[in-house]
Design a protein around this ligand. Structure first.
Ligand SMILES: [Zn+2]
Ligand SMILES: [Zn+2]
Length: 136
């Protein structure tokens, strides 16, 4: 009877915790190896057995834990990646190709210096056209 009830409500705290942890690990592994910035929906396409809500929750958790960085590229959709070192992005508006690049962040922060404002994080996102789409 109790097993039936658990089945009916679909709630088993221990099992939920374990499942979430496994999914988080799976998402983190996927992002680590893809070396790309991926949206939640792209992750869902790659890992279709994990539902989208679970992916969003796992990403929130991983971002809060600083395991994953949320990056803001062109458009409204947020992208997520594992940054092996801090870097910036250039996005092709034609094909969506993302180029990951580093700059001298200290110099850049100096360039952007705002009176009475201390920069704690600097994220540059550039839009343009990649080599294959540079021609008119
Ligand atoms: Zn392009
Ligand atoms: Zn990147």
């Amino acid at each position: 009877m109790s097993a039936l009830r658990a089945e009916a409500t679909g709630y088993n705290h221990q099992e939920t915790l374990m499942r979430l942890t496994t999914h988080r690990k799976e998402i983190l592994d996927y992002l680590t190896h893809s070396r790309e910035a991926l949206s939640a929906s792209a992750l869902h396409s790659a890992l279709p057995h994990i539902n989208l809500v679970t992916i969003y929750r796992a990403l929130d958790y991983l971002v809060a834990e600083s395991a994953v960085k949320k990056v803001h590229l062109a458009g409204d959709e947020a992208f997520f990646e594992v940054q092996h070192e801090p870097h910036h992005h250039a996005v092709c508006t034609e094909c969506g190709k993302v180029i990951h690049f580093t700059t001298n962040d200290a110099e850049l922060a100096k360039e952007f210096s705002l009176p009475g404002f201390i920069i704690s994080d600097l994220e540059v996102s550039i839009s343009g056209r990649c080599r294959s789409h540079a021609k008119k």
